[in-house]
Ligand binder design. Structure first.
Ligand code: PLP
Length: 468
């Protein structure tokens, strides 16, 4: 017997963001279903009741319900209401990997094809074991630690940046952070909140959320095949842009690199505005056609704030990264941070230091690169075979295919029915109207990836047949 959701739906719609209300609602319901907060067969409120509860027009709710129904998340029984669809059998009986991931939380009912979970080399576990053993017998120095991060770790990062990314920063110009997003929040903390920041659209939504939460206006800058559209940024009338957040190595989520001429133009534009260029270098190590492009920070060390992370190489749960910038800025950041003791814990810094010193970070990059190159070729080939003529781009740990809205929703629905949560390109847009799929292949096994591709491929073929 279908159950009724007596509780109000835990969704919150924001009117101060560009994302349409119906799209926000569909995204949040999808998330609640994927996370297991809403169980299969839960009856959703009627569109009239939910519209009243959320103070939106009924068409907003109908649009969201229609979209979710097309994707296979909801079913509607004439005269009886709208229900959460049956979860696929692979969801109710999760695979070993999915089960492992759901331990301690109910948040991974579907196997996620996200762009943020890296492949794990078992040899890295051996490195961790050694690193933690060392921590267990080491002692932190007396007193409160250096708010910039451990000096030895900053030295190691400085050498890593020079060796791998062509970025010349002394250890005094490096701050150890709890990852990219934390580094961005630290930087925003010393900027003028009355101003705005420019961010790629489609782009990294967490960067937008952090900036908006900190009270900054967000200027959405379009992206094309050459990366961030600098001419569009130059045309922005606001003169209060203080930072331009960009993913030059692999535009997130389109995967394209910022072209050489755009790099020069971007630095000029930032100079004209006296704005920082914030280079999110999240997965630059993973390039398969040519060697990784030098970092933007290697072109103009004064203006560029370079952010790095171990999230894509070791694991996002590690929560460690770095910010490399001009010394004067680093000093301001460290002063601000000193009062809060807001730095990664000593054992973590010490362990990552061991991982770096003993070559585990470099080794993890080398082995993951081999795996990703193979997977990226497989995914690209299979998608290209069904999507003749559509653009399929591969970068780092994911492949992005731009599709029509209906094809994207067919692919997401087919993946969902097979037990996979496949990100949709539209979820990365604030103002842009772009559709497609963003298939992350780092966090699944080869067999799971094959199953996901089978599902996506057949969803696209079925949809193509219907449309054709
Ligand atoms: C564009 C981008 N930058 C950075 C990160 C990593 O952020 P963090 O270092 O905070 O884990 C991610 C993670 O998914 C990302 O997609």
């Amino acid at each position: 017997m279908p159950r009724s959701s007596a509780e109000p739906l835990p969704v919150e719609l924001r009117r101060d963001v560009a994302e349409p209300l119906g799209v926000q609602l569909a995204r949040q319901v999808r998330q609640l279903a994927a996370n297991g907060v809403l169980a299969a067969h839960t009856r959703l409120p009627s569109s009239r009741a939910l519209a009243a509860e959320l103070s939106v027009s009924r068409s907003v709710v109908e649009q969201a319900y229609d979209q979710l129904q097309a994707e296979g998340w909801l079913t509607s029984v004439r005269g009886a209401g709208t229900y959460l669809a049956d979860l696929p059998s692979s969801t109710s009986r999760p695979s070993a990997t999915a089960h492992r991931r759901s331990e301690g939380s109910r948040s991974h009912r579907l196997l996620s094809l996200d762009t943020g979970t890296p492949w794990q080399d078992h040899r890295v576990s051996l490195g961790w074991r050694r690193a933690w053993r060392e921590v267990s017998v080491a002692r932190p120095a007396q007193g409160y630690p250096d708010p910039a991060g451990m000096a030895e770790l900053r030295e190691e990062v400085s050498a890593y940046l020079a060796r791998r990314r062509g970025v010349r920063r002394t250890p005094d110009e490096v701050v150890i952070t709890s990852g990219t997003t934390h580094a961005w929040a630290l930087l925003l903390d010393v900027l003028d909140r009355r101003g705005s920041v420019a961010i790629e659209d489609p782009g990294y939504r967490a960067a937008v959320a952090v900036a908006a939460d900190a009270g900054f206006g967000v200027v959405d800058v379009p992206v094309d095949v050459f990366g961030l559209d600098v001419a569009a940024l130059a045309a922005v009338g606001r003169d209060d842009v203080q930072a331009i957040y960009v993913t030059p190595a692999h535009q997130h989520p389109l995967g394209v690199s910022l072209s050489a001429s755009r790099r020069v133009a971007l630095l000029e534009e930032a100079g004209r505005r006296s704005a920082y260029v914030v280079e999110d270098d999240y997965d630059s190590e993973f390039r398969y056609d040519v060697a990784p492009l030098p970092a933007l920070a290697s072109l103009d060390p004064r203006q560029v704030v370079h952010l790095g992370t171990v999230s894509k190489v070791l694991h996002p749960a590690v929560r460690l990264g770095w910010l490399a910038a001009d010394r004067a800025l680093v000093r301001r950041l460290v002063e601000r941070r000193a009062a809060r003791h807001d730095h990664p814990s000593w054992p973590l810094q010490q362990a990552v230091l061991t991982m770096m010193r003993e070559g585990h970070l470099d080794r993890a990059v080398r082995s993951a690169r081999r795996i990703y190159a193979e997977r990226s070729a497989v995914v690209t080939r299979r998608l290209a075979a069904v999507l003749a003529g559509q653009s399929v781009g591969s970068a780092g740990m994911y492949v992005t295919a731009e599709l029509s809205a209906s094809m994207a929703s067919d692919a997401v629905a087919a993946a969902g029915a097979a037990g996979f949560l496949l990100p949709s390109l539209a979820d990365y847009c604030r103002t842009c109207d772009r559709h497609g799929i963003v298939l992350g292949f780092g966090g699944v096994s080869d067999t799971e990836l094959r199953r996901a591709l089978d599902a996506v491929e057949s969803g696209l073929r079925r949809g193509g047949g219907r449309r054709g």
